[in-house]
Design a protein around this ligand. Structure first.
Ligand SMILES: NC(=O)c1ccc[n+]([C@@H]2O[C@H](COP(=O)([O-])OP(=O)(O)OC[C@H]3O[C@@H](n4cnc5c(N)ncnc54)[C@H](O)[C@@H]3O)[C@@H](O)[C@H]2O)c1
Ligand SMILES: [Zn+2]
Length: 353
């Protein structure tokens, strides 16, 4: 099985291809149409595993793994190393790693010498289905996540699914939260595929994994293509994230993003049912699918609902001081609601108390 799946992404002023398949990294230059010098940016988990597979590159720059290094300080070090390696405006920056590497390398590519070509080789499930498509790049500030950034479209995205074999199980589950989210947003077939696969997901055949990843990317592609600069439809990608971000924050980030999103997806389904927008049986279906991939569905008892509700108002995605929730009418049918009463939000969070 060596066939790849290719999805083209159009954006104002251009287009690029997302290629999903096995054994893509050794074909990096050919598949991404790179002719000039290549600077590979990776982290110290992924680099030792996969940098050598990427063929001849001009330099490999390795940053320490982890969100805490997604900073301007790390970016500064990368600029210096690119200069020292003699990478000029004809160079291409290739991100090899998860979303942290992709966001940071993309920001470097957007700004180094006023911008150089950029290729994404996502190696985490989350980076494949979410972070590597859509052109958003950036770094964190001490005051908050992703507060400095740029839109930078890649010239190609190569999602080599063989790299997922070494992804730690909790990171795989975190990526699955976004895959499930994408199914719920607009791909009932993808959602049904996950339901059918059940607990066998992790040992799925490469062909099925390739389908799952490409279908999840297709959802993000369709949304960002319609709304490249995040003015409208892109808000739908925040399904589960109003609850999720607030839960992460109140837990002091002990609840990781993927788990927060899972809790948020369950809460959004319950809220939709409580308000009469969807079948009362839908929340149980959403919870079952989340549990199948070892994702949580019940907000930990030590996180007070009042604190989570308050934290929702500090999320930068709220519009003009009003909370917005992405709600479900069915699997594959979502909409933005702006007038949800506090009592309903609290009621959903305290549903098992
Ligand atoms: N730009 C966007 O649109 C967008 C969207 C969603 C998330 N993000 C960003 O993405 C980041 C999260 O991405 P992530 O979940 O990939 O985190 P990550 O980059 O920290 O990767 C998770 C962990 O898995 C390791 N890893 C990655 N691939 C591996 C592999 N194949 N084998 C073994 N280990 C591997 C990494 O070294 C890291 O320790 C956040 O910073 C978030 O803000 C950006
Ligand atoms: Zn997310």
């Amino acid at each position: 099985m060596n066939e790849t799946t290719t999805l083209s992404v159009n954006y104002p002023g251009g287009r690029y291809e997302v290629i999903v398949g096995s054994g893509l990294l050794p074909r990096l230059r050919e598949l991404a149409h790179i002719t000039g010098p290549v600077a590979l940016i990776t982290d110290d988990n992924v680099g030792p595993l996969y940098a050598a597979q990427c063929g001849a590159v001009d330099c490999v720059l390795t940053v320490p793994a982890g969100e805490q290094h997604k900073t301007l300080l790390t970016v500064n070090g990368l600029y210096s190393q690119l200069l020292a390696a003699g990478i000029d405006r004809a160079g291409t920056i290739v991100a090899l790693g998860g979303g942290v590497v992709g966001d940071m390398a993309g920001f470097v590519a957007a700004t180094y010498m006023r911008g150089v070509a950029f290729v994404q080789c996502p190696t985490s499930l989350l980076a494949m289905v979410d972070a590597s498509v859509g052109g958003k790049t950036g770094v964190d500030l001490p005051e908050g996540k992703n507060l400095v950034g740029a839109f930078k479209q890649p010239t190609a995205v190569l999602a080599d699914i063989t790299t997922l074999q070494t992804l730690p199980p909790t990171e795989f589950a975190a990526g699955m939260a976004e895959v499930i989210k994408h199914g719920l947003i607009s791909n009932p077939r993808l959602f049904a595929q996950i339901e059918d696969e059940g607990r066998r997901l992790r040992s799925m055949s490469p062909a099925r994994l390739q389908t799952l990843v490409s279908e999840a990317i297709r959802v993000k592609r369709d949304v960002v293509q319609e709304d490249p600069f995040e003015h409208g439809r892109r808000a739908l990608l925040n399904l589960g994230h109003t609850f999720g971000h607030a839960i992460e924050q109140v837990s002091g980030y002990r609840v990781a993003h993927g788990q927060g999103v899972a809790l948020g997806l369950a809460a959004a389904a319950h809220l939709s049912a409580r308000l009469g927008y969807c079948d009362p049986a839908l929340p149980a279906r959403v919870e079952a699918v989340l549990r199948q991939v070892d994702l949580p569905t019940r907000i930990p008892a030590n996180l007070p609902a009042e604190a989570i509700y308050r934290a929702m108002f500090s999320d930068k995605k709220k519009a003009g001081g009003r909370l917005r929730f992405v709600l479900l009418r069915d699997v594959g049918q979502v909409f933005v609601a702006e007038d949800v009463a506090e009592g309903d939000v609290m009621g959903v969070m305290m549903r098992d108390a």
